[in-house]
Design a protein around this ligand. Structure first.
Ligand code: HXC
Length: 289
């Protein structure tokens, strides 16, 4: 948490000359209004995005989603970044899509304007994303977390798909990803009743991999991101692609994909370096080639 506070403070200082409420990105470039963006880790190789609409419990407005996508694009293109952490505040990771923005939308606007079509950028990234969830992860907030590759939860986190209570249903993958993560019965129960589950239940159900004290979860997610980022970035991407194949393909097709990607690692310098370093009893020095 200290590292997080330091990073945010530094960012806040660097924004003193910006418009009020507008935050500068971690390097020269566009301004962000709804998120804080930084680099974390000893090697500064973990991209860090913190949702920053705290008063609205990080409700996912169009503007906020556009900024998340923009920051993700920057990190995806940055050769130094090997993993990304996304988090919210202690009270809310995100309380869902912005209901005020949606309230008066028509079907024609949603369908014609392909509402939510830009929501899945996280799920198309080559670089791994770790979600550090404190507080509410509801509706689109839960869906956003589930688009990430790893979810760490703070002890007071709550996950839910309460759209049914406001007369709609999940629209950014909730019915699909939650069902794959926790199984049909619990997913149905959550989606049909709107009931939430807590962090421990989410862990038992397989939605999150680890639960930490509230003030530790962000640092733990950054540590996880660092471990990933210190491996070969190209091999990490291949491993991520192979795991994601498990959600799309039959067992035989998935195994074939895995085998091809495994073979492909032999086309890289890093595979040679990794095995050579092991046999020479030294730490591998990957160059991401
Ligand atoms: C817009 C929201 C919001 C949301 C909270 N706020 N959630 N604004 N969209 N999803 C705003 C409130 O209006 C309020 O603003 C402020 O945040 C604080 O919220 P409170 O309700 O006063 O806080 P609290 O009593 O602590 O209750 C917290 C809560 C509740 C349980 C999380 O806010 C809640 O139920 N939120 C809605 C959750 C939800 O239904 N999510 C799904 C949305 S639909 P003011 O101005 O009054 O202070 C969705 C569709 C996904 O996500 C489809 C694909 C993306």
């Amino acid at each position: 948490m200290a590292a997080l506070r330091t990073g945010v403070f530094r960012l806040a200082v660097s924004t003193m000359h910006c418009r009020p409420g507008v935050f500068r990105k971690y390097s020269a470039g566009p301004l962000y209004q709804y998120i804080l963006v930084d680099r974390k880790g000893h090697n500064q190789n973990v991209g860090f995005i913190q949702l920053n609409r705290t008063k609205a419990l990080n409700a996912l407005s169009d503007g906020l989603m556009a900024e998340i996508n923009q920051a993700l694009d920057v990190f995806e293109a940055d050769p130094q970044i090997g993993a990304i952490v996304i988090t919210g505040s202690e009270k809310a990771f995100a309380a869902g899509a912005d209901i005020k923005e949606m309230q008066n939308r028509t079907f024609q606007e949603c369908y014609g304007g392909s509402f939510l079509s830009h929501w899945n950028r996280i799920s198309t990234l080559k670089k791994p994303v770790v979600a550090a969830v404190n507080g509410f992860a509801l509706g689109g907030g839960c869906e956003l977390a589930m688009m990430c590759d790893i979810i760490y939860a703070g002890e007071k986190a709550q996950f839910g798909q309460p759209e049914i209570l406001i007369g709609t249903i999940p629209g950014a993958g909730g019915t699909q990803r939650l069902t794959r993560a926790v199984g049909k019965s619990l997913a149905m129960e959550m989606i049909l009743t709107g009931d939430r589950i807590n962090a421990q239940e989410a862990k038992e159900a397989g939605l999150v991999s680890r639960v930490y004290p509230v003030d530790k979860v962000v640092d733990e997610a950054i540590t996880c991101g660092e471990k990933i980022a210190n491996n070969s970035k190209i091999i990490v991407s291949m491993a991520k692609e192979a795991v994601n194949g498990a959600f799309e393909l039959s067992l035989s097709e998935g195994n074939r994909l895995e085998k091809r990607l495994f073979h492909s690692t032999f086309a890289t310098d890093d595979r040679k370096e990794g095995m050579t370093a092991f046999l020479e009893k030294r730490k591998a020095n990957f160059n991401d080639q």
